[in-house]
Design a protein around this ligand. Sequence first.
Ligand code: PMV
Length: 323
Amino acid sequence: MATAFAPGKCILFGEHAVVYGHPAVAVAIDQGVQVSLTNSKNWTIDGHSFSHSRHPHISHIINDLFKYKGSPLNIEIKSDLFSAAGLGSSAALSNAMGAALHYFLNKDEDLNLIKLAKIAHSAEAIAQGGRASPTDTAASALGGCIVVSGKEVEGTINVFKTSLDTPEGERNWVINKVIIPPESEDIYLILGFTGDASPTGNMVQGVANLLKSNPDKINVMDSISKITLAGLSALSAGNFEAVGIAMNACHSKLQDLEVSTHSLDRLVDAVRPYSLGAKMTGAGGGGCIVALSRNPQRVAEEIEIAGGSPLISKLGSNGVRIV
Ligand code: PMV
């Protein structure tokens, strides 16, 4: 038996602008996906017959990346993430699967987190028509707080570079890490799910259309980039009041990009009085908000009263691990 757990993530700053080469900051959260592998007579997943076409990530990891030729496996998946909510559940599944299979085959060899991040990114790309940013997979593999950018970002630690052949040509990213200071001990992230699915591809396309019809909106991307860098230096300095202010500013720029919704705005408004800052997180159009607060229970209650579903996490959980 081999069991691995990989965390989900939320984006603190820079969603959408990252598509245009600006930096984005993501943190691993406490909730995630656990995968257990056991030998079996037939290939099964959660007690059902395993279908390669229904699980392209897992199939790609088993066959193309690990070139697994052993006996059939039973794959059990447990998740405490909302799915299609922008919390990186499929990246967490790919990382947990990669780690569990690595451990199943080589119990004495430590996990190589960068290799796992790349394996999971490749699996995400296969499942998403060749396009995937490495944000979710890197945050889930490495844990903590990461910055994804087209270039190295001052004040961060460079961890690895990665590229992907997409239908639009080769894309390159630098993955950097930020050390979260100890002052964060009493600070929590509270996610609030609207209950609406977050359609990443549609939202990215919608922003591209908006920029085409209204080219001045490119200034919004530059503003998000400046807010991201300000939020990042506040985070590194342990100035969480300033991190919250930057989150509020980021939300208003995402509203200018027309990716927030009435439900997201309602949750953001409900939690702001009890938070240092709050914003939508991820692609928008549905999905989640994220609030930063020293009073997580109160924020969670306000999310429920406003009709959302809360999750409470520390700021920057550990990355993928064998359990
Ligand atoms: O898939 P989500 O909801 O975590 O957010 C995607 C972030 C975007 O910047 C909108 C898209 C991307 O590829 O980075």
